[in-house]
Design a protein around this ligand. Structure first.
Ligand code: 13P
Ligand code: SF4
Length: 380
C-alpha cells in the first residue's frame, strides 16, 4: 500500500509555542527531531535548501537547489513533504505534489523578498501595458523565475510561458525564443539580464519595467517605443542578499588571495558576474568546488550558510573557500526555519496534526503546474 493511503490528518492552526520550543537552545532539539523522524518513518520526507543552517539541513533526506528540490517533490510518494526552504519553494512542491500529499513549511514567516517584489495585480497591469503599446500576444512569452508566487507561475502557464530556476534559465530563454520574439522576465532583473547577456543579447535590447513608475502616462516608466523594441523586458526585482556583492569585492579578494577563483550566483548584478570566473545555481557552485583539484581556492558570492559549510567541508581536503564579501550575506528569511520550528512541525505530525500546511488554490494550481511541468521538461 502506498504511504499516501494511510493518513487523514486534520490541519491545525496553532503556533509554535515559546515554552516547549522557542526559548529552548538549538541543540536541545536534535534528539527530539531525530526521534520524530524515526516515528514518522517513510510517511514524511524532509527537503532542505542549501541556504538552510547546519542544525536544520543535517536532518534533510534531500538537499538541493530550487530545481533539484522541485524534482524530488514531484517524484516522492511520501504523505508529508516538510520543506526547509522558503514559501515559494513549498508552494511549488504543493503544486507538483500528488493528490493527498501535504506540504509543510515549518515557519510561515520564511518568505522571499524578491518573490514579494512582483504581485499578480502588477503583473497583469504590465501585460495590459505591453498589449496597449502594440505588442501582440503571439509575439511575447512570460517567463518567471521560481522565486515568485504561485499566482505568477499560473499567469505564465496560462499564456504559454514557463518557470525557470537559476540552473535552467538559459534553456528556458532558448525555449521561449524558439516560440516568440520577446520575453517578459519576472521578477529578478539580474538573472534575466545575466542570462540574456550570456546569450549575446545586447544590453540595449533589454529594458527594465518598474511596476512602481509611470512615464508620460505609460506604466513601468518606459515609452511604448522602447517596450515594442526590446527583446527582453526585465521586471524590476532583485535579491537583497545577492545585491550586496559588488565588483570591488571581486578586485579585493583577487588582490588578497592571488589565484583565487571567484564563483557567484546569477542573482548577483551583471558587473559582478562579468568579473567572476563562473556563475551557477547553488547546486552548481557546490559541484565546482567539489570537482576542483586539491589546492584550489574559491571566493563565493552567495548566501553565507552555504559558503561557511563549504569552507568547513573542504578545508580538510586542501581546498580554501571564503565569502566574496567579508560582511557575509545572510538570507534572513531562510534563517527563519529554526530547529525549534522543525521539531514543532514534526512532533505535531507524530501527534497526528498538520501545522503550517502550504496549499495553493486549485484554480491557480492548474496553470502554475503547466508552467512548472514545462520547466521540468526542459531540465536543468
Ligand atoms: P538556487 O535555485 O540556485 O538554489 O537559488 C535559489 C535562491 O533563492 C537563491 O537566492
Ligand atoms: Fe529570496 Fe534572496 Fe533569500 Fe534567495 S537569497 S530566498 S532570492 S531573499
Amino acid at each position: 500500500m502506498s504511504v499516501l493511503e494511510e493518513v487523514d490528518v486534520p490541519v491545525s492552526a496553532e503556533a509554535c509555542s515559546l515554552d516547549n520550543y522557542l526559548v529552548l537552545p538549538d541543540n536541545s532539539m536534535d534528539e527530539r527531531i531525530a526521534a520524530a523522524r524515526r516515528a514518522l518513518g517513510k510517511t514524511t520526507i524532509l527537503l532542505g535548501h542549501h541556504y538552510q543552517r547546519d542544525e536544520v539541513i543535517r536532518f534533510a533526506d534531500f538537499t538541493g537547489d530550487s530545481y533539484k528540490l522541485s524534482k524530488v517533490a514531484a517524484e516522492t510518494d511520501a504523505n508529508y513533504i516538510v520543506f526547509c526552504g522558503v514559501h515559494f519553494m513549498a508552494e511549488s512542491a504543493d503544486i507538483l505534489a500528488h493528490e493527498g500529499q501535504q506540504v509543510i513549511l515549518p515557519d510561515l514567516n520564511a518568505g522571499c523578498s524578491m518573490a514579494d517584489m512582483a504581485e499578480i495585480g502588477q503583473v497583469e497591469e504590465c501585460w495590459e501595458t505591453l498589449l496597449d503599446a502594440g505588442v501582440s500576444e503571439g509575439e511575447i512569452l512570460p517567463l518567471t523565475y521560481m522565486n515568485s508566487s504561485a499566482a505568477i507561475k499560473a499567469f505564465c502557464g496560462e499564456r504559454g510561458g514557463l518557470v525557470c530556476t537559476s540552473s535552467n534559465a538559459r534553456r528556458a530563454f532558448e525555449w521561449a525564443f524558439a516560440r516568440a520574439q520577446k520575453i517578459l522576465f519576472l521578477p529578478d532583473q539580474h538573472l534575466g539580464r545575466n542570462t540574456g547577456h550570456a546569450m549575446g543579447i545586447p544590453l540595449d535590447e533589454m529594458t527594465v519595467y518598474d511596476p512602481w513608475q509611470s512615464f508620460a502616462g505609460i506604466g513601468g516608466g518606459i515609452t511604448r517605443e522602447r517596450l515594442r523594441a526590446a527583446k527582453v523586458i526585465l521586471w524590476k526585482g532583485h535579491c537583497s542578499v545577492h545585491q550586496r556583492f559588488l565588483p570591488e569585492h571581486v578586485d579585493n579578494v583577487r588582490a588578497k588571495y592571488p589565484g583565487i577563483q571567484v564563483i557567484v550566483h546569477p542573482e548577483c548584478r551583471l558587473e559582478v558576474c562579468e568579473k567572476a570566473d563562473a556563475l551557477g545555481s547553488t547546486e552548481r557552485l557546490i559541484k565546482i568546488v567539489r570537482e576542483a583539484p586539491q589546492g584550489s581556492s574559491f571566493a563565493i558570492g552567495t548566501e553565507i550558510h552555504l559558503v561557511n559549510r563549504l569552507a568547513k567541508e573542504f578545508a580538510p581536503l586542501g581546498k580554501k573557500v571564503v565569502t566574496l564579501d567579508d560582511a557575509g550575506c545572510l538570507c534572513t528569511t531562510m534563517y527563519r526555519i529554526s530547529p525549534q520550528h522543525l521539531a514543532w512541525a514534526l512532533e505535531n505530525l507524530v501527534e497526528g496534526r498538520v501545522v503550517n500546511r502550504i496549499q495553493v488554490r486549485d484554480d491557480v494550481k492548474y496553470w502554475a503546474r503547466a508552467a512548472l511541468d514545462r520547466m521540468l521538461e526542459i531540465r536543468a
